[in-house]
Design a protein around this ligand. Structure first.
Ligand SMILES: Cc1ncc(COP(=O)(O)O)c(C=O)c1O
Length: 397
């Protein structure tokens, strides 16, 4: 067996199951889960139709680079969304959801034979970054989010000797679970660090289309363009249809950015066998070409958050995030696991304890004392869950 497998941590939901196996949820209430961040709005019919109409493609092996029509559709979307012009033949690659690509990029860019090979991750974070780093033979360093600055990451906490050993930096904007969006100044600083130390930036932007402010979240490609980095040196952006178009089962997204890195990534992916199903390619091209369903989906989240946030905020310390579909709430007493267990036992609502989404770094676990609420179910169910959360919290006072 690959000994690096032993370094992987159990997934947060696995840990949550183990932490709650002894609990019998209150049978008088029907179960509601705000635990898993899986989109649950319906998939638009035109995407399903495009999938069904393109099954003839199954008779051929698809190319790992994807069909030119899909790459063009992606480049056109990037142009409309970010005013960034990409060369679809060099600067875009389709991927089977951003998860596999976030993992695979580390296997492509990390050189574990260099001393102290390091991958830097946000904290809290999407656990795939950590597993990708560990299986690539690197060690991980975590950068805590700061609740006093709208959960911005504390980049100053990273010593120069760590940046010197860093080969890959994961960032997530809009962030999971905090919803925080990185501003241009932060990008400028990260690009400068990347130029100085030569590391690659993997920018996870899978929540970019679900936002609550008027301005859409700044993307890394747009930040690079604004800062005159037209070749996107050492930058790879990851975008996904899963949340934008409610197709988590389709497994479709793309990476875009530095053509030199994407060339190596394509080579890696060819051996790994990561070509996208041809019917999925056609459906994806159609999905990237339409914004009407995205606007409607965003409005559905906005309406839901407008109804649910005040109910939760009357009981817990929480604010409407910049973007994403999570509330990241502080619980009384700082014991997020105890809070989640009690809520499940008494009110049959599942939430994710924040400490399971983060690691201890600089003496603190920045997720502890918080819970993540995924508002993915329909509004009525989320409102019901919020009311139960309020009742439970008041009962603790
Ligand atoms: C932060 C983050 N990145 C990436 C993903 C992966 O999404 P997908 O593989 O569906 O594109 C998720 C899914 O929940 C996520 O929360």
């Amino acid at each position: 067996m690959n000994p690096l497998l032993d370094r992987l941590h159990p997934y947060p939901f696995e840990r949550l199951r183990a932490l709650t196996v002894d609990i019998t949820p209150n049978p008088a209430m029907r179960p509601i889960s705000l635990g898993i961040g899986e989109p649950r709005h319906p998939t638009p019919d035109f995407i399903k139709q495009a999938l069904a109409e393109n099954l003839s493609g199954l008779a051929r092996y698809p190319a790992t680079a994807g069909e030119p029509t899909l790459r063009r559709a992606i480049a056109n979307w990037v142009l409309r969304r970010y005013r960034v012009t990409l060369d679809p033949s060099r600067q875009v690659l389709p991927v089977n959801g951003s998860r596999e690509a976030l993992f695979a990029l580390a296997q492509t860019v990390v050189d574990p034979t260099r001393p102290h090979a390091t991958v830097v991750c946000p904290n809290p974070f999407y656990q795939i970054y950590e597993g990708a780093a560990l299986l690539a033979g690197a060690k991980t360093v975590y950068v805590n989010s700061d609740p006093a600055r709208n959960f911005a990451l504390d980049w100053d906490s990273v010593p120069t000797r760590v940046w010197e050993a860093t080969q890959l930096l994961y960032v997530c904007s809009p962030g999971n679970p905090t919803g925080a969006v990185m501003p241009l100044d932060e990008w400028r600083m990260l690009f400068e660090l990347s130029d100085r130390h030569g590391f690659v930036i993997a920018s996870d932007e899978c929540y970019s289309e679900i936002y609550f402010r008027d301005e859409p979240p700044l993307g890394s490609l747009d930040a690079a363009r604004q800062l005159g980095r037209s070749e996107f040196r050492n930058l790879v952006a990851f975008t996904s249809l899963s949340k934008r178009s409610n197709v988590p089962g389709l497994r479709s997204g793309f990476v875009a950015g530095d053509a030199t890195i994407l060339k190596a990534f394509l080579l890696y992916r060819t051996y790994h066998g990561s070509a996208m199903n041809p019917a999925v390619q056609q459906a994806s091209a159609v999905a990237w070409g339409d914004e009407t369903h995205v606007v409607a989906n965003r409005q559905q989240y906005r309406d839901k958050f407008a109804q649910v946030t005040p109910i939760v905020a009357a009981a817990l310390h929480v604010a409407l995030p910049d973007a994403g579909f999570y509330l990241w709430a502080r619980v009384p007493g700082h014991d997020d696991i105890g809070y989640a267990r009690g809520l499940l036992a008494q009110y049959n609502v599942t939430v994710l304890p924040g400490s399971l989404l983060a690691r201890e770094s600089h003496g603190i676990n920045p997720g502890s004392g918080r819970i993540r609420l995924a508002l993915v179910a329909e509004a009525a169910e989320c409102i019901e869950a919020a009311r139960r959360i309020a009742s439970y919290t008041h009962s603790l006072a």
